[in-house]
Design a protein around this ligand. Structure first.
Ligand code: DLL
Length: 426
């Protein structure tokens, strides 16, 4: 079986990788400085005048960081480095703050995206002709199209269902022997549920490529067990060029390989912005090395993770590995002095036998005091008290637990909303 889509790139030695990164970083910096006013102003404000002033990775921490606010300020195309006549596609995310982030692509960017995604497919074990069902939506969200471009490049048989119409989704998977199911984690849970209702099994399904939101190990294991598949954690975002651009875990499942010939990754302290040593959790910051229409230099993703290894992996790839994303800097919850992420609640809930993977975290604020209520679906053996007791042991605080019957909580076709706010002023 083919192990790599691009063995030269994926297995190059650390020295080769470093010199390629240095060269590409220099090219990217020259590119943005000579083609975009916004970048030029930000950089010259730092006293860096000539593109030649940069070009070595050691200097990266001296460059200014970018964040979603830069995208908002420059909406729609103020950070774009090519003319409209070169743009071939765009994607956009609204983000949690509602400010739009636009990513334009020229021909070379679409090629680059397809290459990154194709590497992911082959890394997961896909071979030419395999039926791949793409369940994220096709539209401004990058998930559907990114998985499509990559599947074409990896010569797969594309079943571009997009999201929704879950019964048809299941029937098509059965009729066309879908081998690879791609999607947002929460929607896959919905597919599983409908499969059970329809009493349909999918024995041809072998590979799941899931991402777009943090999911606990418990969730991953449940999906794998129930679908009888091996699942992979795929990472990417609108600002870096979409799904798969940042990489995925390999069959060794020892961290997400970041495509380092395409992107530089730093881990910074989210508060001070200072670099953190490997192994320490912080905010992932990304610099693109080959994007053209809108390269990002030191983009603060808001995602929390850590570098787990820079050593060559058992799979033979040399690109560094990061831990699965724990959560985002902006989704950490603080209740009665205890910090936690939704993913930790999910992990703890799924440890309780009889609990189903459908839950809500409701933050209730009464007269300025915050409390948490966990709404969770479970079978009749589980009580609210059991949920409260287990979460207290696991998380160190006592949320209220409300148990719902299977099917009672709302379902979503895309990324799930897990956290809800309620206060007595409303
Ligand atoms: O969610 C891209 C994507 C589509 C990835 C389909 C995987 C599958 P955005 O809508 O721009 O793009 O959202 C990007 O989603 O900053 C993370 O917070 C989160 N995210 C993406 N992949 C993962 C993952 C797509 N594997 C934001 N684990 C990112 C955890 C993820 N969070």
């Amino acid at each position: 079986m083919k192990r790599y889509f691009n063995s030269l790139a994926e297995t190059m030695s650390a020295d080769e990788l470093k010199s390629l990164q240095n060269r590409r970083l220099g090219e990217t910096l020259r590119w943005v400085l000579t083609r975009n006013d916004y970048y030029r102003k930000r950089f010259t404000a730092l006293g860096l005048k000539q593109p030649e002033d940069f070009g070595d990775m050691e200097q990266l921490p001296e460059l200014p960081t970018l964040n979603k606010e830069d995208f908002r300020q420059t909406y729609p195309l103020g950070m774009c480095c090519v003319g409209n006549n070169e743009i071939r596609e765009m994607h956009m995310s609204s983000g949690s703050t509602g400010s739009p982030v636009v990513m334009p692509y020229n021909e070379a960017d679409l090629e680059q995206w397809a290459e990154c995604m194709a590497r992911c497919y082959v890394m997961a074990g896909a071979v030419s002709g395999n039926p791949v069902q793409i369940t994220p939506s096709f539209g401004l969200f990058n998930g559907g199209f990114g998985m499509y471009h990559g599947a074409r490049k990896a010569e797969l048989f594309v079943i571009p269902t997009g999201s929704g119409n879950t019964e048809r989704q299941v029937r098509l998977a059965k009729d066309f022997n879908t081998k690879i199911l791609c999607g947002v984690v929460s929607y896959t849970i919905r597919i599983l549920e409908v499969m059970r209702e329809m009493k349909i099994e999918l024995p041809c399904l072998k590979i799941g490529i899931f991402g777009a939101e943090s999911f606990s190990d418990g969730m991953r294991k449940r999906i794998e067990l129930e679908l009888g598949i091996e699942s992979f954690d795929i990472y990417g975002m609108t600002e870096t060029g979409g799904v798969g651009t940042l990489g995925m875990d390999c069959p060794a499942h020892a961290g997400i390989h970041v495509w380092e010939d395409q992107y530089l990754v730093e881990v910074l302290d989210p508060v001070t912005g200072k670099p953190l040593p490997d192994g320490q959790q912080g905010e992932i910051v990304v610099t693109s090395l080959t994007r053209q229409a809108l390269p990002v230099i030191r983009f603060r993703t808001g995602d929390l993770s850590k570098i787990v290894s820079r050593e060559k992996c058992d799979c033979g790839r040399t690109h560094l590995r990061i831990a699965p994303i724990t959560g985002r800097t902006d989704d950490m919850l603080i209740i009665k002095g205890v910090n936690f992420f939704p993913k930790q609640v999910e992990h703890a809930l799924l440890e309780i036998p009889g609990v189903l993977p459908h839950y809500q975290i409701v933050i209730e604020e009464v007269d300025g005091v915050r409390d948490v209520r966990i709404n969770v679906e479970a079978d009749e053996t589980v009580t609210g008290y059991m949920v409260e007791k287990h979460l207290k042991e696991r998380l160190g605080f006592s949320p209220k637990g409300d148990v719902f019957k299977p099917g009672e909580l709302p379902r979503q076709d895309g990324k799930a909303q897990r956290v809800f706010y309620k206060n007595n002023n409303h």
